[in-house]
Design a binder for this molecule. Sequence first.
Ligand code: 5AD
Ligand code: SF4
Length: 478
Amino acid sequence: MVEKRKDVPARYATAQEIQSQMEYTSKIRAIVTAGEVKKACVVTYGCQQNEADSERIAGMLRAMGYEKTDKEENADIIVVNTCAVRDHAEQRALSITGGYKHLKAKKPSLIIGISGCMVSKKESGDRIKRSYPYIDFTFGTEKLWQMPEILYGVISGQKRIFCPNEGKPITMEGIPVLRENPYKAWVSIMYGCNNFCTYCIVPYVRGRERSRRPEDILNEIRGLVADGCREITLLGQNVNSYGKEFGGECDFADLLAKICEIEGDYIVRFMTSHPKDASRKLIDTMAANPKIARQFHLPVQSGSDRILKAMNRNYTRESYLSLIRYMREKMPDIAISTDIIVGFPGETEEDFEETLSIVREARYDMMYSFIYSKRSGTPAAEMADQIPPAVTGARFPRLLEVQNEISLERNLVWENQTLRVLVDGRSKNNPEKFSGRTDGNKIVLFDADDSDIGKFVNIRITKAQTFALIGEIVNDGR
Ligand code: 5AD
Ligand code: SF4
């Protein structure tokens, strides 16, 4: 088992460190912009935090003079930002990256890098170095801010550079961001995780918890709102432990309240919350602020107290359910979603039935469920009684069946009601329709035109389905 890394207090990057990366950026820019236009493609796997990191990688590449492309075959540089939470995500990233070998054979000047959770640990970086000779560089999550320096080393020295995390987390302000969507923005409020749930690799690959200063976050959001952004999603592995290093001066609820003081027509979402830290104060703050979306993602992982203990989750089924009861009492229309792991080591049929029963009691609007994936280096990987795939495979659809029925019931409540929705654009699955999300983060499909994108509209719900609502625009949502 990998030792828990000692708590190294995170520190803010110094002005000198920021300046030095800006200098590398200018040097690369001089090279990149000297000839024909050069293009950069960033490919993202994994969670919203990774999407937010990719927007920073894309922002740095733009500052270096690269034009953005979504097609790997047109790119002069490809950065694959990876996930390590489950084995499947790692295997997919590796197999896609394997395909780039042919692109490099066709265009030897192509530069290929891998970033993120999969290459944060030294051993994983070493494996890439050995087995993937066409990969030019890697950098772990704690090294993202140093990408200009790493890339300059590759370009100027024609050498391969591998930079795993070293357990010296830095909080960096001022990294340029290239946002995918002008109306919706991810804003990271903290990085890392200190919880060490026994199944989870995140604390080992994203390092210790560190919060951004409230004034930096508020300034970023003020800028976004002034630029017309309509939806801000605050990100962190456990947003409820925000601000611990500020000595109780500004906790997550205080931060939310300060954000809501910023004038403008926008909504605020946040994820993810750990049930052991989600406070009554936070729920009261939400209830008092209509700008905070009526949505709460509260991963339960299991309904069995025995399994929750083995997972090191530090709450019980009863304390979790009482939190949900409090939320519904304060905000009857709140939509609650969860994450659940099926087949954690030692999970018996009785434990699994407790999970089915907590799903029935909590009545989630949405559930994200995962089959347990063994992550080497985590305590659960060493536990006896790993559950065979045939057993997890049989349990998983039973869980989906219970939740799907509840999702439909929870959606049917909205039929014939009018909801305010931010228009996202054409639906990916159904391009004839437009899609958007309700305050409760439910997908709504409706007819609209391109000029509606990025606007709030009021939609009357005509039909509820398990995974979406169907509706029609009544009027604009002012
Ligand atoms: N196996 C399966 N699911 C996992 N998750 C985290 N680690 C694992 C793992 N080893 C799930 C948890 C978490 C979500 C983001 O991913 O449910 O909340
Ligand atoms: Fe992983 Fe637990 Fe941290 Fe979430 S809170 S990132 S599940 S260790």
